[in-house]
Design a binder for this molecule. Structure first.
Ligand SMILES: CC(C)(COP(=O)(O)OP(=O)(O)OC[C@H]1O[C@@H](n2cnc3c(N)ncnc32)[C@H](O)[C@@H]1OP(=O)(O)O)[C@@H](O)C(=O)NCCC(=O)NCCS
Length: 149
């Protein structure tokens, strides 16, 4: 049995360790240190309408869900920015349980649906299994000349 706790400052240290572990392993293999991870997480926490949770299992933080409520013309939706379970605790049903709890909380708040970006080689199968569908919207990207300095 897990708990979804409202994410706060005291979860930051542990969450950044989990972030690094998750993204430095399969299928992402990104080079990231915990200071960078902390900055990324903080940037989400200060965004407008953010709604973030730490996932607790047996009194240990084993993951987190970071996102925000997007105001729409007709409905409000929740956008998941990061949904991570510590690789040491993956494949035990924790992600599925956390997603089900999140959906219940959001529905109670009158949220209409959930959006997220998923890497095709990443957790796409996980989300599909939980009822998410691909849309006609495509994320587009352009590398800027002299960008990234
Ligand atoms: C996606 C994630 C949150 C799932 O958490 P979890 O606790 O492992 O989830 P569960 O144990 O409930 O379910 C695991 C299922 O998802 C599948 N799954 C998870 N990641 C997968 C991946 N990268 N590719 C294919 N399948 C994947 C597992 O194979 C497993 O399938 P099964 O039930 O058929 O055996 C976790 O894998 C994770 O943190 N991944 C890295 C970060 C990420 O990609 N987050 C999503 C984008 S924000």
């Amino acid at each position: 049995m897990i708990k979804l706790l409202r994410f706060d400052e005291k979860h930051l240290e542990r969450a950044s360790e989990i972030y690094c572990r998750a993204y430095s392993s399969k299928p992402y293999f990104e080079r990231i240190n915990s200071e960078q991870a902390k900055e990324i997480i903080k940037s989400i926490l200060i965004s407008n309408n953010c709604l973030c949770f730490a996932i607790e299992h047996n009194s240990t933080i084993v993951g987190f869900i970071l996102g925000f409520v997007q105001k729409g013309k007709r409905h409000n939706t929740f956008h998941i920015e990061e949904f991570i379970v510590d690789p040491e605790h993956q494949n035990k049903g924790i992600g599925s349980e956390a997603l089900a709890m999140l959906e219940k909380i959001l529905a109670e708040k009158g949220i209409y649906g959930i959006t997220l970006l998923s890497h095709k080689k990443g957790a796409m199968e996980f989300f599909k299994k939980h009822g998410f569908k691909e849309t006609n919207w495509v994320l587009m990207w352009k590398r800027l000349k002299n960008g990234g300095r």
